[in-house]
Every structure is written in C-alpha cells, then in structure tokens.
Write a protein that binds this ligand. Structure first.
Ligand code: UDP
Length: 521
C-alpha cells in the first residue's frame, strides 16, 4: 500500500502512500507579514505548487487534527510533507496499511519519520523526557527536509511550515529560511489562555513560580478575565498530570515556554475550536486574543461511491466493520459509546466495575466499548470474555471514532474529555458523560458540564481520587444522561453552530482561507 522512499538510506524513515500518497478575523491574528528572503518553490515536479511541512506533537490527539489540516491543504493544491517521529510514523503506516489509499487525483501527501532521540523500548509516554530528547534529535533532520534534501518525492523545498504549538522550538528553522509559519494549538482556546496568561496568575498569587496552586480547596478558584468562567488552579493542565510534583513543574515550564514562543514567533496561531464554542475566550482582552479558530477540524468525512477514505492518522488499526455493523443493528439513539482516547488508563478495579455496568447493567443498553491495548492489559480475561460475549455489546481495540459518533444509533459518549473527543461529540450532537483522567481534561469537563451544559460528570472527584465508582453508580449516571432532554437539545444546538462555522460563510472556514492565503505568500 505504501512505497518506501528510494532517496534516503533509512528505508523505514520515509514513505509515500499509494496514489502518490503521494473574519472575518481581526488583523491581530496575523501579526507579521515579512519579506521572504528565500522564496522557496518546488524544485521538482510542479514548480508553482506550494508545499507545506507539518509537524504534529507525537501524540494521537495531535496527529489526527494535523492530518485533517493536511487534507484541507491538499484540497487547495498544496503538497504536504507530514513529519511524525519514526515511532509514530511506523504506527500510522501500519494502521493504515489495510485501508484504502488516502488520497487520489494528484494529491501529494508524503509521510516522513524522524528520530525522536529515544532509544528502542524507552517509555514514550514519559513526555517530560520526550520533550527534551526531541529538541536535541529532530532539528538536523527537519532542516534537511525543509531544504528538500531528503529525496522529497519530487515535492522539492517546503514553502511554508505548520508546527504544533507544543513544539514551537521547531519554528526557528523555518524562520531562518524566511518561510511563512503557523503554529496549531490542538487543545481548547481556554487552556491556551490559561497557559499564556500564567504570568498574571503568578502575579495574582493563584499559582507559584512553578505553577503549583498557592491555595487549596475553595480558595484555588480564579477567573483569568471578565469574560472567562471561574477555574480551579488544582486542575490546571500541568497540575493534574499523573505523576510527581516535579513532573508537573517541568511540564508547566515546558508548556508556558512553548506557548509563549508560538505566540511570539508564528505568523499565525491556529486553534482547533470555533468562535461560538468559546466566545468568552476569543475576545480582545483574553490572553488567547491572537488565536485564529479554524475548527472543528473533522477526522473523517463522508465519501462518495468508490472514493477512497482519507487517511486519519490512527496509531491503531480501527475496526470499522465491527463497529458499524453493530451500530447498524441498534435502534436510533440507544447505544452507549465508551472510549477514553489514547493515553488514559484505569485501575483494574475500576475497569471491572465498568465492565460489569456495561455487560450486566440493569437496563441492558447496547454499548460499544473501545478497550485500547494499553487500557485492556489490566482487565482479567474472564471479564473481557464476558463483555465480548454480551449480546447487546461490542468490544473493539480501536474504533473509527468520528464515524461512530456520527452514527444515528449512538445515544451518548462516555469519554475522558480529551479535546478531540469533546469536539467530535459536540459536532455530532452526542451528549457526553465525563470521566476525565489528566491534563486539560478537567478544564474540558468544566466547559462540558457547567458552561455548555451538554454533558454530566461521572463523579465530582477525579478518577481514582475517591475510590472506585461502582457499577450501580455508572448505570445511574448513564441513565440520567440519556434521560435528560435538555442536554440533548443543547448539544444539538452546538452541533448546528459547529457545522455552520466550517461551512458556507462560517467563521472557521473564513479563517482557514486566511491561513491558506498566508501560507501561499
Ligand atoms: N480515537 C479514535 N478511535 C478510538 C479512540 C479515539 O479514532 O477508538 C481518536 C479520537 O477520535 C480522537 C483521538 O483519537 O480524535 C483522541 O484524542 P483526544 O484529544 O480525545 O484524547 P487523547 O488521546 O489525546 O487523550
């Protein structure tokens, strides 16, 4: 399905997929229009074609929205070099190998892997370490890719660069070449505002110099700007990492440094959100004032007969047939979809209660449960078997999530509140039952339950901090959510606003056009 590059010695590092896998926004959103000292053009193939190099942070929740952005660029005639770490590059290629080719009709998408500086078998979920090794290992390869010096599949030099706002150190190489640059923030604008505004939180005594909350309990609540809702310093993205206070301190310094650099250096700072979703954040007095919302970026789109499905960028092979055939057989709005993203884990005791709630729950509601390999390792085999054999349920290791959420049979989504999952639930009008695990998921839960009121909490306390949530409680929360007409109505309205923002005269679509034009300069 894919062709390894013939141009570089390490064949595992570069591949091209089949078919040549191959504001009305305000001016403050785009702060610099510079003369490009090196006006790069494709040196092979179509010399006039713009060529974007995309660099997502090496996590599933970043690679997927970046791949969506890649498709939007391909739609507009850009060639795209999509740079993953070697480790994730292999996963994306392997997960896609059984799928139809990603692109056709002259679209030119090149998938590339570069070393992340970690050795074989090292724990890549150790983000603190990964952040450090990547900055050492990646720049030389990135520079070579920017110069078209690594085969390039005929795409030539990159003419513009989009990096993850979580890796804004990578902007320097593009800037030295005078290329137009963008940074994409793959979480909510609210979380970005808090990180960019951290200095004022330190000044106001909400957090200390290392990001730790100064006050505990009810005193830890703060409001960053008039337009923003109260937030709890205990649950800021870095303060609820699974791990030590030391890790939280390092993540705080990394996040603030990278976010400030993205704001200062990128020509445009994109965010996967939409104005109607975060109107209180996307305001002139917010620390996130310079953000250009272009979301919700969707991770799949309907294809017409015979047309190949676009590459999503999954790390695991999605079992689409198992999911969709099951959903097709269920009544409308009946199915509980359960998925906790790519990183969250649960204790064996909690997984057991969840399994019992789903498989033996009094209501016998149909369920589709993603038991990701890392999550499933801890569920005893007899329970996995019991769940897998439940007549009214289906267990998969990985689902084509947005296709699942778009299916009319899905009635609610039990989620860890990752930002992509949150957006995907909303854009498909699916009520959310929130069970956050770490990082920004608590902030997202606050918005889901208290601001937009399109979901409910599984518990008032974070997973693991109050002991196991019993199967009876889980069933009770599911039934409450499914029986709440108000939630259903509100999420339906947000769904319409989401759709409007990315179609016709929608603001996110306009912003996307502005971004594309800037990248062509
Ligand atoms: N996802 C998927 N299939 C699954 C579970 C998740 O395609 O079975 C996708 C989901 O659609 C989302 C991404 O993986 O786009 C997870 O990102 P999110 O921000 O929700 O959570 P994270 O994995 O970063 O914690």
């Amino acid at each position: 399905m894919y062709l390894y590059s013939l141009f570089i010695p390490n064949l595992a590092e570069t591949c091209a997929l089949g078919c040549r896998l191959t504001q009305q926004h305000s001016d403050r959103s785009i702060r610099r229009h510079r003369t490009h000292t090196l006006r790069s053009m494709a040196t092979h193939g179509d010399a006039a074609a713009p060529h974007a190099l995309l660099l997502p942070y090496p996590a599933q929740g970043h690679v997927i929205p970046f791949m969506e952005l890649a498709h939007r660029l391909l739609d507009r005639g850009f060639a795209v070099t999509f740079v993953n770490t070697d480790f994730n590059h292999r996963r994306v290629v392997e997960a896609a190998a059984g799928a139809p080719p990603a692109a056709g009709g002259g679209r030119r998408l090149r998938l590339v892997g570069v070393p992340d500086g970690m050795g074989d078998g090292q724990d890549r979920d150790n983000l603190v370490r990964l952040n450090a090794t990547m900055q050492e290992a990646m720049p030389p390869r990135l520079e070579a890719l920017l110069d078209g010096g690594e085969g390039g599949e005929g795409l030539g030099r990159a003419t513009c660069v989009v990096v993850d706002a979580g890796m804004s150190w990578a902007l320097d190489a593009a800037k030295r070449r005078g290329l137009p640059t963008a940074a994409l923030w793959a979480a909510s604008a609210a979380v970005l505002a808090v990180i960019v505004g951290a200095k004022s939180l330190i000044r106001d005594g909400v957090i200390d110099d290392d990001g730790a909350p100064v006050k505990i309990g009810s005193g830890s609540s703060f409001r960053l700007a008039e337009s923003m809702p109260p937030m709890d310093a205990t649950f800021l993205a870095w303060n609820y990492m699974a791990g030590s206070r030391d890790a939280a301190r390092m993540v705080f310094h990394y996040l603030t440094t990278t976010a400030w650099a993205a704001v200062a250096k990128a020509d445009v700072l994109l965010c996967n959100t939409f104005p109607d979703l975060e109107p209180g954040i996307l305001t002139p007095d917010s620390p996130a004032a310079s953000v250009l919302p272009i979301g919700p970026l969707r991770t799949c789109r309907p294809t017409t007969g015979g047309e190949a499905a676009p590459l999503v960028g999954h790390f695991w092979r999605a079992d689409g047939e198992a999911c969709l055939s099951f959903l097709d057989a269920q009544p409308q709005g009946s199915v509980v979809y359960v998925a906790f993203g790519s990183l969250a884990v649960m204790s064996p005791a909690q997984l057991r209660e969840l399994a019992l709630a789903l498989a033996l729950g009094a209501s016998g509601r149909p369920f589709l449960w993603v038991l990701r390999p890392g999550l499933a390792g801890k569920l005893p085999a007899e329970l996995t078997d019991m769940v897998a054999q439940a007549q009214h349920g289906r267990l998969v290791e990985w689902a084509p999530q947005e296709r699942v959420l778009a299916h009319p049979a899905v009635g609610c989504f039990l989620t860890h509140c990752g930002w992509n999952s949150t957006l995907e639930g909303i854009r498909n009008g699916v009520p959310l039952l929130c069970w956050p695990y770490f990082t920004d998921q608590f902030s997202n839960q606050t918005y889901i339950c208290d601001i937009w009121r399109v979901g409910m909490r599984m518990t008032a306390a974070p997973v693991g901090s109050r002991g196991v949530v019993s199967k009876e409680e889980i069933v009770e929360r599911l039934e409450s959510l499914l029986g709440d007409g108000g939630v259903k109505e509100r999420v339906g309205k947000l769904r319409e606003l989401a759709e409007r923002s990315v179609s016709g005269e929608g603001q996110s679509l306009k912003n996307l056009n502005v971004f594309m034009e800037l990248m062509r300069k």
